[in-house]
Design a protein around this ligand. Structure first.
Ligand code: CMP
Length: 143
């Protein structure tokens, strides 16, 4: 079973999309095994987005994700990383297909509603940044 990290960003929380997004993940067949609402400190945001340090949008990205609460999750399932990225859609909502979360709810790349890990290495790193091992729970999903 694969695990991925998902974060509903401040714009997604402020626009009351938490339930809609969680519902899409659950209805797809994925299992949420950890979840918390939190305000991210600047240090955590910089570490989470370390690969973008030096890019022109880095400062605005960090101030955006620290501007309000986020909902951080660990999502589990077979091929969870790829499946979640498909549900989320392209980074730029202007290019994201209708039916995807960003395609349906986003307008700008700088306010793109949700983050999801893009590789097994990113998933492992991002899950460890946001969750302690004992915050991740095990249970059986019944379909
Ligand atoms: P996310 O999937 O969280 O990963 C990196 C984030 O950087 C991305 O979503 C966008 O929110 C942001 N981002 C990527 N490219 C740009 C850009 N050109 N301008 C502003 N923000 C960007």
């Amino acid at each position: 079973m694969e695990r991925t990290f998902v974060m509903i960003k401040p714009d997604g929380v402020q626009r009351c999309l938490i339930g809609e997004i969680i519902s899409r993940l659950e209805k797809k067949g994925l299992k949420i095994v950890a979840m918390k609402m939190m305000k991210i400190e600047r240090d955590l945001a910089e570490r989470h987005y370390a690969e973008h340090k030096g890019k022109p949008f880095f400062e605005s990205l960090v101030s955006y994700v620290t501007s309000g609460p986020v909902v951080a999750m660990v999502v589990e399932g077979k091929n969870a990383i790829k499946i979640v990225r498909t549900l989320v859609g392209a980074t730029n909502p202007a290019e994201a297909a209708p039916g995807t979360i960003r395609g349906d709810f986003g307008m700008e790349v700088g306010r793109n509603v949700i983050h999801a890990s893009d590789s097994p290495e990113s998933a492992e790193r991002e899950i460890a940044l946001f969750f302690k091992p004992d915050e991740i729970v095990e249970y059986r999903r019944i379909d």
